[in-house]
Write a protein that binds this ligand. Structure first.
Ligand code: DPN
Ligand code: ZN
Length: 316
């Protein structure tokens, strides 16, 4: 869905004025990039769902899951990597060992931009062993992939350097993302201006939660949702429960979006967002019914567009 509210141009100017400073401090008022700054594209939810269909097929062909150390994980990684390679990204597979099995992170750099100011967006690509992991976390993985492909299609040339990541072994305790952060030199770590995390963004009974971390990143996501006229809440279900935590612990500004896991939607939340009160945001969380049927298209669409909005706005 495209933002087409009046005042769109003004909102874009505000976002382009947001600047993340290297070294972990919050954005000051940097000069606006000006009216020439490119607007973020609309991300096709059909394209995001097509990736989810592929991830479902991969799980089905590999014992029903895409878990760390299983064939379905590596096949998922190969699928994402092939798309990125064809789109002109520089991809790197980072290998690690956890619980006696080999795990993999996939890192994709978009050539260009100031490598002294790196904006990262990432998602965990592994599922639990009990299911295909389509909301958790095919949803974030597919939306970040489609955003990266949109960067390529637009031939986007941001001022900052863009890097996308798909993490392995999140479900074993944030293993892949922690391995990545620990493997960075102090200098490389300090050059990451911000890390945006997307873990479960198409929950079937969705809430609209924004991480309450770096103020500039949080403001960008809230601004997108304000433009849509959709209220958001601060994410409280999972503080420290996803891949932004290792970055945050290392002093990198972080933010992200979340549509809810096993917490139950309240009556007040159902009144403002629709859906069913008294029912979990995702009743198939970590279970075998987390399939392509376990996705709310509207939530996936809005969150995918919000990712692109933040990636464009924060890297300009
Ligand atoms: N980290 C998620 C998982 O993979 O199980 C769940 C989660 C994400 C929970 C964000 C809360 C907040
Ligand atoms: Zn999970």
């Amino acid at each position: 869905m495209k933002l087409s509210v009046p005042g769109r141009a003004a909102a874009t100017a505000v976002v382009t004025a947001v600047s993340l400073l290297a070294g972990g401090s919050i954005a000051g008022a940097a000069p606006a990039a000006g009216p020439t700054a490119a607007a973020a594209p609309d991300i096709s939810v059909a394209a995001v769902k097509a990736h989810l269909t592929q991830l479902q097929s991969i799980a089905t062909a590999n014992g029903g899951n895409r878990a760390h150390g299983r064939a379905g994980y590596k096949a998922s990684l190969d699928y994402v990597k092939a798309k990125l390679d064809a789109a002109g990204f520089t991809t790197t597979i980072q290998q690690f060992t956890s619980s006696g099995r080999t795990g993999y992170n996939l890192i994709a750099d978009w050539p260009g931009g100031d490598t002294g100011q790196v904006v990262m967006a990432g998602s965990h690509l592994d599922s639990v062993t009990s299911g295909a992991g389509i909301n958790d976390n095919g949803s974030g993985s597919a939306a970040v992939l489609e955003t990266a492909l949109a960067v390529s299609r637009a031939n986007f040339r941001p001022a900052k350097h863009l890097r996308f990541a798909w993490w392995g072994a999140e479900e074993l305790g944030l293993v892949g993302s922690r391995y990545y952060v620990n493997s960075l030199s102090t200098g490389d770590r300090s050059r990451i201006s911000g890390y945006l995390n997307f873990d479960m963004i198409g929950s079937p009974n969705p809430g609209y939660f924004v991480y309450d971390d770096d103020p500039a990143i949080e403001k960008t996501f809230k601004e997108y949702y304000t433009g849509l006229g959709v209220p958001t809440e601060i994410e409280t279900e999972g503080d420290g429960r996803s891949d932004h935590a290792p970055f945050k612990n290392a002093g990198v500004p972080v933010g992200g979006l979340f549509s809810g896991a096993d917490y139950v939607k309240t009556a007040a939340q159902a009144a403002k967002w629709g859906g069913t009160s008294g029912l979990a945001f995702d009743r198939c969380y970590h279970s075998s019914c987390d399939t392509t049927a376990n996705i709310n298209d509207t939530a996936l669409d809005r969150n995918s567009d919000a990712i692109a909005y933040a990636v464009w706005g924060l890297s300009a």
